[in-house]
Design a protein. Structure first.
Length: 208
């Protein structure tokens, strides 16, 4: 059950369902929440204008709803969306772009991919990644073959530490290949999502 505050509002955190990035935070009342559920796109309550507003109504940057979840206390919503454009009125993808304090570096595949594509566009002398791009597709594929073999060897030794190390090497080289071919993490994520055969109640064919 949703717990609205004394003004009839509940905060809603909007998150990109593909990337997990937090896009914005706004407020909903009972009516805007029902509109969101019914129309399948976000609708909020403007505290400044004291009226309903559908995200993207004028900008076209609508947010198609994927899921709506409440926290353990029921006093905050998490809404996963498929955005059609920037969430922020400034034109930024997310409203959260002002850094208050730097935290520790956190690895993400998207971050690595951006680094690789930047290295491809802006070669750096002495960089191994630059070396791979300069040698081209054949060299990259050769390295993937070599790293695949290393993963198999490590796994056959039943060495967890060595297998993790070799899988990381393989993952890096596969992402170099992705950058070389213009493939993105979203392309892979979408393909994996399409294989959720259990969720879609589709039976797989019996292996022969």
């Amino acid at each position: 059950m949703i717990k609205f505050d004394d003004k009839g509002l509940v905060p809603a955190i909007i998150q990109d369902y593909k990337t997990g990035k937090v896009l914005m935070m706004a407020y909903m009342n009972a009516e805007s929440l029902e509109i969101t559920k019914k129309e399948g796109r976000t609708c909020f309550w403007s505290r400044s204008r004291q009226e309903l507003w559908r995200k993207g109504e004028t900008s076209g940057n609508i947010q198609k709803v994927v899921s709506i979840k409440a926290d353990c206390d029921g006093d905050c919503l998490l809404i996963e969306v498929d955005p059609a454009g920037p969430a922020c009125h400034t034109g930024s993808e997310s409203c959260f772009f002002n850094t208050v304090e730097e935290g520790p570096d956190v690895f993400t595949y998207e971050g690595l991919y951006e680094l690789l594509t930047d290295r491809k566009a802006n070669p750096k002398e002495g960089s191994y990644t630059t070396y791979l791009f300069e040698k081209g597709l054949e060299k990259i594929l050769k390295k993937i073959g070599e790293e695949s073999s290393e993963v198999l060897i490590a796994a056959m030794k039943n060495s967890k530490e060595e297998t993790v190390y070799e899988i990381a090497d393989l993952a890096y080289h596969v992402m170099v290949l992705m950058a070389q071919l213009g493939l993105t993490p979203d392309d892979i994520r979408a393909e994996l999502a399409s294989r959720h055969v259990i969720d879609k109640k589709v039976k797989q064919e019996t292996m022969k």
